[in-house]
Design a protein around this ligand. Structure first.
Ligand code: ZN
Length: 325
């Protein structure tokens, strides 16, 4: 008690401390203001939480201004090894619905998401099983990287449309209209990619990356795909994998290989130096978006921009003439 009186007397009688107290209180008020903004208690639109920013993009396209959406993972975040933060848990609690990729893309989060019951929905749920690529070497049953086949992503658009319509039945017509527009754009991107990839000389039509995220891309657009690391970035690669990849590059005369945003470049670097050590040259073809889009406000921060970036990077790097080393 004596202590408290002492503190109060200091606050009131020492001007510099009084100032510090006012400042501290101001910071506290600002901070609680931010917290309030986070929960948007005055915003009565449905609150949608997505795991990846790829799914957030679909919700934005179809939900428009009728919903509020936030993604837990931003640009360059790796979903395979992502751990939820306390803020993520708060957001998931506040969400009217959580939309996630599923197919075990969200490795560590998957269990939490599956446990949410009606409050969460995997947006890949309506893709026919025979369109999914089997893969059992990473914890799931199918390869989760479905967004690289633009046509398959139209199923996700339908799923998001249905989820939003359930949440806000009054807006179903709007959601259906926007989903139709988005689907049309996806199908145009699909045709564009088919034609662009066809322009790469057939013997060089091979895409080598660190983690095996492009199997759907390869299947849809007729390009052979090889990953060093397997489907999940959580899987390890060994010296034999690097040696095998180096031999393949030399045998097939492959001009370029690719790094991915959000994935360590270590694996690809060791392949490039392995090729060099054997007296050959392979270029770095550029950086591809694999499991997340670019930052908001950039062209690559939308599905179309990200998709085009990848296609153009691949086509240009593999079409260039080989230089003798
Ligand atoms: Zn991945």
């Amino acid at each position: 008690m004596h202590h408290l009186r002492h503190i109060i007397s200091i606050i009131f009688f020492k001007p510099q401390i009084r100032l510090a107290t006012v400042f501290a209180l101001a910071v506290l008020v600002m901070f609680s203001g931010c917290q309030k903004e986070e929960s948007h208690s005055d915003d009565d639109r449905p609150f949608v939480v997505t795991t990846t920013n790829l799914i957030r993009d679909v919700v934005e396209r179809i939900g428009g201004d009728d919903v509020r959406v936030i993604s837990l993972m931003g640009p360059g975040v790796d979903p395979h090894v992502y751990r939820a933060t306390p803020r993520d848990f708060r957001r998931m609690e506040q969400a009217d619905i959580i939309l996630y990729n599923g197919l075990f893309l969200e490795g560590r989060l998957s269990e939490i998401l599956d446990r949410q019951g009606d409050n969460s929905r995997a947006v890949t749920g309506s893709i026919p099983n025979d369109r999914l690529i089997s893969a059992t070497d990473f914890g799931g049953l199918y390869d989760p990287h479905v967004w690289f086949d633009a046509e398959l992503w139209t199923y996700v658009a339908e799923d998001v449309r249905d989820a939003l319509s359930k949440l806000l039945p009054d807006k179903e017509t709007e959601f259906t209209r926007r989903a139709g527009e988005f689907t049309k754009e996806l199908l145009e991107l699909h045709d564009y990619a088919i034609h662009r990839v066809q322009g790469i000389p057939e013997e060089r039509r091979i895409l080598i990356t660190a983690h095996d995220a492009f199997r759907y891309f390869g299947h849809a657009y007729d390009i052979e795909v090889r990953g060093l690391q397997g489907l999940s970035t959580a899987s390890e690669y060994g010296i034999q994998d690097v040696t095998r990849m180096v031999s393949l590059i030399i045998e097939r005369n492959i001009p370029a290989i690719f790094i991915e945003t959000g994935v360590s470049t270590r694996a690809i670097d060791s392949v490039i130096s392995g090729v060099r050590n054997r007296g050959y040259e392979v270029r770095l073809g550029g950086s591809l978006f694999s499991d997340s889009m670019g930052p908001l406000g950039t062209p690559e921060g939308t599905y179309a921009g990200m998709f085009r970036h990848n296609v153009e990077t691949i086509v240009q790097a593999l079409s260039e003439e080989l230089q003798p080393s």
